[in-house]
Structure formats: C-alpha cells, structure tokens
Design a protein around this ligand. Structure first.
Ligand SMILES: O=C(O)CCC(=O)C(=O)O
Ligand SMILES: [Fe+2]
Length: 405
C-alpha cells in the first residue's frame, strides 16, 4: 500500500473534512482498544497518513472492511471526544464509533433526543445504503431535522421513502394536487382547523400533544413535515420523547401501568376531548373538517415494534379513560402521567425556517402544533409513513359513536 492509499476517499470530502476540523477528530477509525496506543509522528489532525500510526492503520482498515460489508459504502469512521459520553452508532463487532457515515453528519439537537442530519446530498436519488443508515438514525433517536434542504415536493418524497411505505391521506381534499402522498396543511384560503382565542389572539392550527392516529388500532409509523411558508409569529412544532418519559417513571408506576389499556378517541371539536384539550375559547363554529372516530382501546405501555423499547402511549389529546377504571382514580392516574410526560426535559421544539424538514417516529413520540395568528399564512407539506403493526382493539361503544357520527 502506498502512502496515498492510507487516506480513504472520504478524507477529501469537504463535509467530512469540515466535520473533523470542528470536532477535533482523528481522520482514522479507531477502536476503543487502540486509544491507548502511543502516538508517533505528526498529529493526525493535520492530515498525516496512517503510516505514522501503524496500530491505528490496522484497526481503521478492519473497521472500513466491516462497514463496507455491512453497508456497502462507508465514507469514514470517526470518533470525537463527545463519543465517550454519548451513544452514537456503534459498530457492534469491533466497537468502532461511526458518528459520520455515508457522507452525512449526525448532530445533537437542543434537547435530550432527536438528531440533526447535516450534509446529506439530496440533489440526486438517495442510494439504498444511505437510506438504510438514515432509517437507523431515525429509529435510534426518534426525530430527525433536515435544515434548509426541503426545496421541492420531489425532494420531500425521495427522502420520506427512505423510512417506509407512504400513505396517501384518506380524505382527498387534504392531498396536494398531483401528489397523492403529500398532504397540504395550510390556512391559505381559510383556517384548516378550529380558531381559538389564546391571550387575545385569534389562533389557528394549535393542536395539543398527541400521537397521530393514537385513536385507531394501527397508528402510522411516522411523518415528515416540510415548511413551505413559515409564519412570523408562533407556528412552532414540538416533539416529546415518550420512551424517555417511560424510562423515567418510578418502578411502582411502571408496575401499576404495565398491563393497563386506555381508551383513545378523536372528536372534530377538540374542546370536547377530556384531558389535554386546547385551553382557549373557541371562536370558529364547529366545522366538520374531520370525522369523529369511535373509541379504541390500546395498551398504555407499548413496545416499539422495531426497537423493542417501551414507550408511554399517552396521546394526551385523545386519551379518555383507563379500561376498568372509568372513575376518579383512573383519571388521577392519567393526570399524573400527563404531568410527568409533559416536562420540558422530554421535549424538543422546532423553530421553523422555510425548507426545513422534520421527520418523527410516531410510535416513540408525541407532538404538538403551537398554532399561529389566523391572519398569517403558514404552508406545510406532509408525508405519512404507513404503520403496519396493530396494537389495539375497537371498543364495543364504537357502534354508538358510529351510529351518531
Ligand atoms: O402543523 C404542525 O406543526 C403539526 C401538525 C400535526 O400535528 C401533524 O401534521 O400531525
Ligand atoms: Fe399530528
């Protein structure tokens, strides 16, 4: 091997280079065992070849071989000082941290979960191995933020398809013309949902913490929003990590709720929901943009079908009562769980810029739309990643609701 071949192609990649400079990275993959290897020769930070560090060269090439076999085309393996404490993706066979793979960078967000993806090239089709790597980061972290790259419906669809089959909106009028898999969320031409008075401001698109389709037996796996036109006031979307919320319950509560089911439903008039309904005064008449849904019973603690993690399945907007405890005691339990889950430390709130895209794992998070003044126009395009794991059962009361709807 000549000196030239000691540097992999990724080393010339500007994204990789910038990342290394920022994060103080070695240009070589290192496994935990090699960390103590004595340094010889010039610093790797300045781009010296592995010839200066024979022990690293061996481990780096082994790491690349394993990576290449697994994901076909690794750009680089990298480890930064941060990785000592944070669990980035780990190559299980040799414990090499691979924070930087496939030419995109994975950065922590301002919150306890979720990640930002930086440097992803979506000017052309996303290669299957890149899609696999992105999906893994999504499953590991629950929310992915892509800033400024969502410039067209095509880009949004291309990215969304990395995470699973897309689901067209069941109600045709919400679909974007020519793009059945894109849903248009906008108040352009009139508010999309009810208008409430919040602190004297007529506000639309304000939706309390919920999980999409928590009131059905098969919630969708995820969704991706693209900000086409942001508003100047408000309009944020928040996400909440229900896996962490579960983990941090005390053991007595975990035992208490382990086998409970709760009933969830959806009413087009959100103020008719029982717990976390919108707190303002309704200004618009009840308009049946959406149908009411019959009650469904789902487990209160759900095992994520792809990661195996337990999550608190709360959907605060939709939860009605605990099965078998339709009383004060059951309601008190729901209130206690809601107070616990809504703590800011479990949340990430996104301040939108145009062309941002945010993807979430709907089985491991709740989200909330903060709303915006009704006289400002917000335009969002959304894709939905289909869910295919049923968890609940339709309640016998469904017949009554169905008859009345
Ligand atoms: O408008 C938003 O920010 C989010 C709306 C929402 O809840 C959704 O798309 O599921
Ligand atoms: Fe939602």
């Amino acid at each position: 091997m000549g000196a030239k071949s000691h540097k992999c192609d990724s080393y010339r990649d500007p994204v990789v280079k910038a990342f290394r400079q920022r994060q103080d990275l070695s240009p070589f993959a290192r496994c935990r065992r090699s960390r103590s290897a004595p340094r010889s020769g010039p610093s790797n930070r300045t781009g010296s070849t592995t010839a200066a560090r024979p022990s690293c060269r061996t481990k780096a090439s082994a790491a690349v071989r394993i990576g290449a076999a697994r994901l076909l085309r690794f750009h680089a393996f990298a480890r930064c000082a941060e990785c000592e404490t944070r669990a980035h993706q780990v190559c299980k066979r040799n414990q090499v941290e691979r924070k930087l793979v496939m030419g995109f960078e994975v950065r922590a967000l301002d919150g306890s979960f979720g990640r930002e993806i930086v440097g992803l090239d979506i000017s052309a089709a996303i290669a299957p191995d890149v899609a696999v790597a992105l999906k893994q980061v999504w499953l590991d972290h629950g929310v992915l933020v892509f800033r400024g790259i969502g410039t067209s419906p095509e880009v949004q669809l291309e990215l969304s398809r990395c995470f699973g089959e897309l689901e067209p909106h069941p109600i045709e009028k919400f679909r974007l013309d020519g793009y059945p898999e894109l849903i248009l969320l906008t108040n352009d031409g009139g508010p999309v949902g009810p208008v409430y008075d919040f602190a004297g401001v007529a506000t639309t698109q304000r939706i309390p913490w919920h999980t999409d389709l928590a009131f059905t037996t098969t919630p969708n796996a995820g969704a991706l929003l693209r900000m086409v036109r942001k508003v100047e006031t408000g309009g944020q979307t928040g996400w909440l990590d229900t896996a962490a919320a579960y983990d941090e319950l005390d053991q007595a509560t975990k035992d208490e709720i382990a086998d409970l089911e709760a009933v969830y439903l959806f009413r087009a008039g959100l103020e008719e929901m029982r717990f976390n309904r919108p707190d303002g005064k309704r200004l618009s008449p009840r308009k049946d943009n959406y149908p009411d849904f019959p009650p469904v019973a789902n487990p209160l603690v759900w095992t994520h079908p792809e990661t195996g993690r337990k999550v608190l399945n709360l959907s605060t907007l939709n939860i009605e009562y605990i099965v078998g405890q339709r009383d004060e005691q059951g309601d008190a339990l729901i209130r206690r769980l809601i107070d616990h889950a809504l703590q800011p430390r479990f949340q990430y709130v996104h301040e939108w810029e145009n062309n941002d895209m945010v993807l979430w794992d709907n089985r491991r998070t709740m989200h909330a739309a903060f709303g915006h003044p009704v006289d400002q126009v917000r335009v969002v395009h959304r894709t939905t990643i289909k869910g295919n794991v049923a968890m609940g059962r339709v309640m016998p009361e469904a017949a009554e609701v169905g008859a009345g709807a």
